[in-house]
Every structure is written in C-alpha cells, then in structure tokens.
Design a protein around this ligand. Structure first.
Ligand SMILES: NC(=O)c1ccc[n+]([C@@H]2O[C@H](COP(=O)([O-])OP(=O)(O)OC[C@H]3O[C@@H](n4cnc5c(N)ncnc54)[C@H](OP(=O)(O)O)[C@@H]3O)[C@@H](O)[C@H]2O)c1
Length: 213
C-alpha cells in the first residue's frame, strides 16, 4: 500500500519506518525540518521518501495522523482534500502539557476528527502503544504470541486496511467496534502511558486479551 505519514515524530517516524520495512511505500511529512524527513526516509530503507503533507496524502491508500492534538487543524489544512481517504489516527486529544485528555466520555478525539473530515474514513489505532516498543514488537513478529492492539472505526474497508497495517508490524489486531469506542480506547491509552512512563513497568508493558476459560 501507499502510506502517507502526517506527523513524523516518535509515533509517525517509527511507524512509517516499520510500514516501509513491511513492504509499503511511505511518504514522511510534517516535521520541523526537511532534513529529518529525509533521514527517516533513508532509515526506512524500503521505498520511502520525504514530502509535504499534500504529497503524503495525494495517492495514499492510508494516511497515519500522528501529531499533537493542538497541531491537528494545521496539518489537516496543509494536507488538503481527504475525501474518501482512510485516515488512521493515533493522535490523542491531550492538553498542551500532555497531562490530561481535553475531551472524553461523550465523545473522543477520533470522533471529533471524523466530524472535521467528514468524507474521510477514520480508524483509531496505535494510540494504545508506547512508541518505544514498536521496533521490538516488529522484530518478534514471527513468534506465536503477539501483543494485542485494539482499533475501532465505522467503515469496514478502512478497518481492514488498519488491521493489515497492525498485523504487518507484529501485533494481533483486535476489532473493538465502531468509532465511538474510541471514547474508551483513548483513556485506556492514557492508562498504558501511565504504566509505561510513571510506574515501574517501563514502556515494554503490553496487553494481551485472553479468554478466561
Ligand atoms: N509517543 C507515544 O508513545 C504516543 C503513544 C500514544 C499516542 N501518542 C499520540 O500520538 C500523537 C503524536 O505523538 P508523538 O509522541 O509522535 O509526538 P511528536 O514526537 O511530538 O511528533 C509530532 C510531529 O509533529 C511535528 N510538528 C510539531 N509541530 C510542528 C510544526 N509547527 N510544524 C511542522 N511539524 C510540527 C513534529 O516535528 P519534529 O519531528 O520536528 O519534532 C513531529 O514530527 C500525539 O497525539 C500523542 O498524544 C503518542
């Protein structure tokens, strides 16, 4: 697939590299320096390149939105028309110092994003994982037991694309349901962040859904 990365920081940079290593064509965009985007494209080793947000979106089969909540409006403006595009978001609706969700309970960042880009197909995924673990999960992708990664959305084709990307980088995709379930996934992502960065678990903390019986 052709994947456009909107936001090439901790999440977008690592996920873009791994999508490329998994065989996808990746365009890295939206960082404060073009040099960084070019370096990521080199590190990705596959057929990856640096571009503008508009170029990242133009021919993309899927777009990863990976910017701070305060930068969403700006990156969407630069990206241009997203009609019909699959937009996978890991962007959490956080305040400026990343200490709290600014919306929740009756809506979510993913649902508010879908209202902003009504003609795109939004899937919420990857936000429940600390970025530090992506490479080691990818390295271990041939092992039998993979960590789960929950995703949700309202469009079945978009969800199938997200599930493929999740699986390609070493996780077990778990369909959590429609996009409104992001209301529960986003606070869950904060719990994972709390365990990873504030507790004594470290970022390699993983979750795996098992049946009880
Ligand atoms: N990090 C995690 O483990 C994690 C886990 C779950 C969810 N999330 C969510 O994922 C989203 C992205 O997080 P992140 O940690 O990847 O953030 P990040 O490392 O700060 O990346 C954000 C990207 O936006 C770019 N950017 C910021 N301001 C810009 C500007 N004025 N012009 C152009 N580019 C600009 C940054 O550029 P530079 O590269 O130049 O800094 C960077 O590439 C957030 O919503 C976060 O809540 C993160």
């Amino acid at each position: 697939m052709k994947i456009g990365i909107l936001g090439s920081g901790l999440m977008g940079g690592k996920l873009g590299i791994l999508f490329s290593r998994a065989g996808h064509d990746v365009v890295f965009s939206y960082a404060r320096s073009d040099q960084k985007l070019k370096r990521l494209a080199r590190d990705a080793k596959g057929s990856a390149r640096a571009g503008s947000p508009g170029e990242a979106v133009r021919d993309a089969d899927a777009v990863l939105l990976a910017v701070h909540w305060l930068r969403v409006a700006d990156v969407l403006k630069q990206a241009g028309d997203l009609s019909g595009k699959v937009v996978v978001t890991c962007s959490l609706p956080m305040n400026a110092d990343d200490t709290a969700l600014v919306i929740g309970r009756t809506t979510s960042g993913a649902e508010e994003l879908a209202k902003k880009i009504r003609r795109a197909k939004v899937v919420s995924a990857f936000g429940t994982v600390p970025s530090e673990v992506f490479f080691s999960v990818f390295e271990a992708r041939r092992k039998a037991r993979r960590p789960s990664l929950a995703y949700c959305g309202d469009d079945s084709r978009a969800k199938a694309i997200a599930a493929t990307l999740i699986s390609d980088i070493g996780f077990e995709p778990v369909d959590a349901g429609p996009l409104r379930i992001a209301r529960y996934m986003e606070p869950f992502a904060l719990l994972m962040g709390q365990l990873a960065y504030e507790g004594d678990q470290g970022p390699e903390v993983a979750y795996r859904f098992e049946r009880y019986a």
